[in-house]
Design a binder for this molecule. Structure first.
Ligand code: SAH
Length: 248
């Protein structure tokens, strides 16, 4: 089956803006759910429809709806409304310099996507908390597009406490974000392939405060993200999933 409907989920408008502009996506009046601030944009690449979902602003706090709950909601609604052949989650993230990450690098999530702040030390629940959603083998795809590969770990905080760091290390993660594992959970429930692209705004293992680095590097990272995201969409549009995933 060909990939003819691609849905891209992004948390922040600033992350999405260069992508919207470059692809000339049009904002549509969304009938997803009137109660939710989710924004929907539409466009076309080759023969594929491309729908971008941005989580919108919190009604009370006026800031972007980052984190796992909005990501879960918008992924569920996107799947129900647009029936995607392929899901993509694109955004910014923290990276570990010791594991090869630099500011502005764009990574594709590989191997597994995991949670680092759902600690439930009861047999069975422990593994459920970490999630470990399997990512298909995108080696050739990553090489062709010049993407670095790494395990993503998701939690609901931008900063980091020692326990999170311990979990991220146990998760063997190179990338730290706030949405990917939530999206991966919904994608797994509906058996829809997910490609995760993350552009590095800050280095988790540097001395500089994460929020300062994030703000300083957000536009560079979003620009780099846009380039790889469009290349990825061009690569996938009209192909079958089997043509994208490596065969053993
Ligand atoms: N201060 C920012 C807050 C954005 S939260 C603002 O007001 O604009 C950070 C967003 O970028 C989340 O969507 C998350 O997925 C990603 N992110 C970037 N760096 C991160 C890090 N070091 N840890 C976790 N998430 C990070």
């Amino acid at each position: 089956m060909k990939i003819l409907m691609i849905v891209v989920i992004m948390a922040m408008f600033q992350e999405a803006e260069p992508f919207i502009n470059r692809l000339g996506l049009q904002k549509i009046v969304s009938n997803l759910d009137k109660q939710l601030p989710i924004e929907v944009f539409k466009g076309k690449v080759n023969e594929s429809d491309v729908v971008l979902i941005v989580n919108g602003k919190d009604k009370r706090f006026g800031v972007d709806n980052v984190g796992t709950q909005p990501a879960t909601l918008s992924t569920y609604l996107a799947i129900n409304n647009f029936n995607p052949d392929l899901l993509m989650n694109a955004g910014t993230a923290g990276g570990f310099h010791a594991k090869g990450a630099d500011i502005g690098d764009v990574y594709i999530g590989s191997d597994f996507i995991r949670f680092h702040d759902r600690r439930i030390p009861i047999p069975g629940f422990k593994e459920y908390g970490v999630g470990s959603y399997k990512v298909p083998d995108f080696d050739q795809f990553a090489t062709d597009l010049g993407l670095k590969k790494g395990i993503i770990s998701t939690g609901n905080s931008l900063d980091i406490i020692p326990k999170d760091l311990e979990m991220i290390k146990a998760n063997e993660a190179v990338i730290k974000d706030m949405e990917a594992a939530a999206i991966a959970w919904v994608a797994e429930l509906y058996n829809i392939p997910l490609i995760t692209l993350k552009s590095i705004t800050d280095l988790v293992d540097s001395k500089k405060p994460t929020q300062d680095e994030f703000m300083k590097n957000l536009s560079l990272a979003s620009e780099n993200l846009q380039k790889k995201l469009i290349a990825a969409i061009n690569f996938c549009a009209g192909k079958t999933i089997n043509e994208i995933i490596d065969r053993a």
